[in-house]
Design a protein around this ligand. Structure first.
Ligand SMILES: Cc1cc2nc3c(=O)[nH]c(=O)nc-3n(C[C@H](O)[C@H](O)[C@H](O)COP(=O)(O)O)c2cc1C
Length: 397
């Protein structure tokens, strides 16, 4: 970790952030391309404490902490990322058609706050190309002994050029192409960088969209239930969060991911002119955490104990991760911490969680996750099981 911090200060922090991303990701992919390296690394860096395992969405996650969407938009580095210890990897956002995204520069660091601002605008190869890539990966893995297959979520969004009235068809195209390769599908209606996208969070628009995507996934994959989740913004008003929760329950959605980046610029230590100079985009990192937690608590209260909720937004330490679990998250994700904390970040989070709940209690896969166990780094769990996301129930509906 110290080594990465030194490397970050000396090299990465002086580079254009998008270039640094490509360089770092390239190194991860190159490592994973060495025969045998990815499984070997995963066996060292991956979550191994059975007490951390989570049953959710009908799947068995080896730990609660995964990589959030946006890092591997094109599904080119799943195995390298899993090798670094993420319990699951969400690829995308993938759109119906390929698109270049916004003009660069479009990714900025706020180093003082350990935050990022991005207006990438869903640069990606499009659903058909990503589906081909995932099909080739599946083919390569077929027949191999894989004791610990990586859980892959696929996040889909709207093509910029497609008008809002035709959004459903665009999502349906992506769902049809990608559902066969997805352990779960996420409908992203919350990125701030596609004009009009977040309007799709209004329940009267969201209901037909989610139902159509559900239907498309069922048709594309008749022999398996592909869990469907929706990812929401932290900028929704409280009553809109409640409305999404009610809709999710009403239509039997499998889960909700909270939250995406924010358009707010409140709470930053970076001087305002410096922040404003970066321009528009979604803000991520620690400053997002209080609101992400608030949204998560509101969702858990509303949807009840069963539905899978994935908490994301500003997680940096194991203590942060535990706080999200205590707030009602079934699973967790992070992105910005990866940039500032380096390649051993996921392992550190899982280890910290493990230490906090006392290794060797041996309750194993299937016990209620995240309840009542403190973690190191000063935070204590709040004690007691208040009935969230009971993993013993297997698939959440
Ligand atoms: C550079 C960047 C690109 C992102 N791209 C996507 C994306 O394509 N789709 C998506 O659903 N979320 C995207 N996100 C949001 C993250 O998945 C996550 O919800 C958000 O950053 C909050 O988590 P964090 O504070 O741990 O980064 C992106 C975030 C960043 C920093």
């Amino acid at each position: 970790m110290m080594l990465y911090q030194a490397l970050f200060r000396a090299v990465f922090s002086k580079m254009d952030p998008e270039r640094a991303h490509h360089l770092g990701f390239g190194a991860i992919r190159a490592t994973a391309a060495i025969p045998g390296a990815a499984p070997a690394l995963r066996s060292v860096l991956g979550p191994r404490d059975p007490a951390l395992a989570v049953k959710a969405l009908g799947l068995e996650f080896p730990g609660p902490f995964g990589l959030a969407a946006g890092f591997d938009k094109n599904a080119v580095g799943i195995d390298g990322l899993a090798a670094l210890g993420f319990a699951f990897v969400e690829v995308g956002t993938v759109t119906g058609r390929p698109q270049p995204g916004n003009e660069a520069p479009r990714l900025f660091r706020l180093t003082q706050d350990r935050c990022l601002i991005n207006r990438m605008g869903f640069n990606n190869d499009g659903a058909d190309a990503v589906a081909d890539r995932l099909a080739r990966r599946a083919e390569k893995l077929r027949g191999r002994r894989r004791p610990d297959p990586v859980i892959v979520g696929v996040n889909i969004g709207k093509t910029k050029l497609v008008p809002e009235q035709e959004a459903i068809a665009d999502y349906v195209h992506s769902a049809t192409a990608l559902a066969p390769y997805a352990d779960y599908l996420t409908v992203n209606v919350s990125s701030p960088n596609t004009p009009g996208l977040r309007n799709l969070q209004a329940v009267e628009v969201l209901r037909p969209l989610l139902l159509a995507v559900r239907e498309a996934a069922n048709q594309a994959v008749p022999d398996r239930h592909v869990p469907l989740l929706v990812k929401i913004a932290p900028d929704l008003a409280d009553e809109d969060v409640t409305a999404v929760a009610d809709l999710a329950v009403e239509i039997g959605l499998d889960g909700i991911i909270a939250t995406n980046t924010t358009i707010s610029r409140e709470g930053l230590a970076t001087p305002r002119p410096e922040v404003e100079a970066r321009g528009a985009g979604g803000l991520s990192g620690p400053v997002l955490r209080p609101r992400a937690l608030e949204v998560l608590r509101a969702l858990r209260t509303r949807v009840g104990p069963e539905m899978t909720l994935i908490g994301v937004g500003g997680i940096t330490t194991a203590a942060d991760a535990q706080e999200f679990l205590d707030a009602g998250a079934t699973l967790l994700q992070g992105y910005t911490g990866f940039i500032y904390q380096g390649p051993f970040w996921a392992r550190r989070i899982h280890r910290g969680l493990s230490r906090g709940r006392g290794r060797g209690r041996g309750r194993g896969l299937g016990h209620e996750h995240g309840h009542g166990h403190g973690v190191d780094q000063g935070h204590q769990g709040r004690g007691g099981n208040d009935g969230r996301g009971d993993s013993t129930s297997g698939a959440s509906q």
